[in-house]
Design a protein around this ligand. Structure first.
Ligand code: FES
Length: 115
């Protein structure tokens, strides 16, 4: 199973004026750095939104094609290593729980496709 980690670069879409870089862009840089350190830079993608907008900054972990999706909100750059490690462990098939440091920021979980 190949996990993917999607980081919203638009957050915070409600910030006035929008900072540059955005919170999401700062989060993306931290996540990319953490993924590079773990030798998996290809697992990270920038996206315009993961539907966590009212609670920026958002990211989503997809557990492979057709797999479940964890959506996170209110992330900070300090969360990047735990987020990448969680995605890797889920991709390896480990039935690991969301790390305690991220548990309060799971916005939703979408079940895997059946069949
Ligand atoms: S704008 Fe970042 S989750 Fe929607």
């Amino acid at each position: 199973m190949k996990a993917r980690l999607f980081v919203c670069t638009t957050c915070d879409r409600y910030a006035l004026p929008p900072p540059s870089p955005t919170r999401g862009e700062t989060m993306l840089a931290s996540v990319q750095h953490a993924a590079e350190l773990l030798g998996v830079p290809g697992m990270v993608s920038a996206v315009p939104c993961v539907n966590s907008c009212p609670r920026p900054a958002g990211a989503a972990v997809r557990e492979g094609r057709g797999g479940g999706v964890f959506r996170f909100a209110l992330l900070t750059p300090e969360d990047a290593p735990a987020l990448v490690e969680f995605a890797l462990r889920r991709a390896s098939g480990e039935a690991v729980d969301v790390p305690e440091s991220l548990a309060g920021r799971v916005a939703s979980y979408t079940l895997p496709r059946v069949g």
